[in-house]
Design a protein around this ligand. Structure first.
Ligand SMILES: Nc1nc2c(ncn2[C@@H]2O[C@H](COP(=O)(O)OP(=O)(O)OP(=O)(O)O)[C@@H](O)[C@H]2O)c(=O)[nH]1
Length: 160
């Protein structure tokens, strides 16, 4: 069990995410059901660590995960795929509906104050939404598609 989950947040780790995602992509391709991938990247997380300390940074990661979980359905696949990077696979969801999920997730993070280790911390996340799966999609192509939109979201956050 431990090998499939992230020790800090308890959600799936990158390896388990890849396995589950491959299964969902196969299912979706076989039955012609939509599927969309979201990537989350916490903004300026290094600054949070530098300002409040690594232990508070850890609490922020845990609180982030708990808040995002409130936006999910039981069969959505949520994973920590990097230090401050998360992936969310949404079965039976096209890109339009996935944007709705992404906006719900933004509402529980951006503009909210997180109380972590006695500090009130303003956290924001950027989200990239992939294209809806199609016949030739692979996990890699969905990750690339979500990453391109994440990059645009980050750019937008910088110039605002
Ligand atoms: N507290 C804590 N910090 C972590 C963990 N894993 C990664 N980090 C930190 O996350 C930070 C990521 O920094 P960057 O990659 O520069 O990204 P960023 O500061 O979020 O900047 P942008 O992504 O460009 O908005 C680094 O300071 C890492 O040390 C962890 O498990 N706990």
């Amino acid at each position: 069990m431990a090998a499939s989950t992230d020790f800090l947040t308890g959600i799936y780790n990158r390896r388990q995410f890849s396995e589950l995602a491959e299964t969902e992509i196969d299912r979706s391709t076989r039955y012609g059901t939509p599927l969309t991938l979201l990537i989350f990247d916490l903004d300026l997380f290094k600054e949070i660590n530098d300002k409040y300390g690594h232990a508070a940074g850890d609490e922020v990661l845990k609180e982030f995960v708990e808040r995002i979980k409130t936006c999910l359905r039981p069969y959505d696949v949520f994973a920590r795929i990097g230090g401050e990077e998360f992936a969310l696979l949404l079965p039976n969801t096209d890109a339009t509906n996935a944007k709705g999920v992404a906006n719900r997730c933004l509402k529980v993070i951006n503009g909210q104050v997180l109380s972590c280790n006695g500090h009130n911390i303003n956290l924001t996340t950027s989200i990239g939404v992939s294209k809806t799966i199609h016949e030739t999609s692979t996990l890699d192509s969905l990750l690339v598609s979500a990453d391109q939109n994440l990059y645009k979201a980050k750019k937008w956050a910088e110039i605002k």
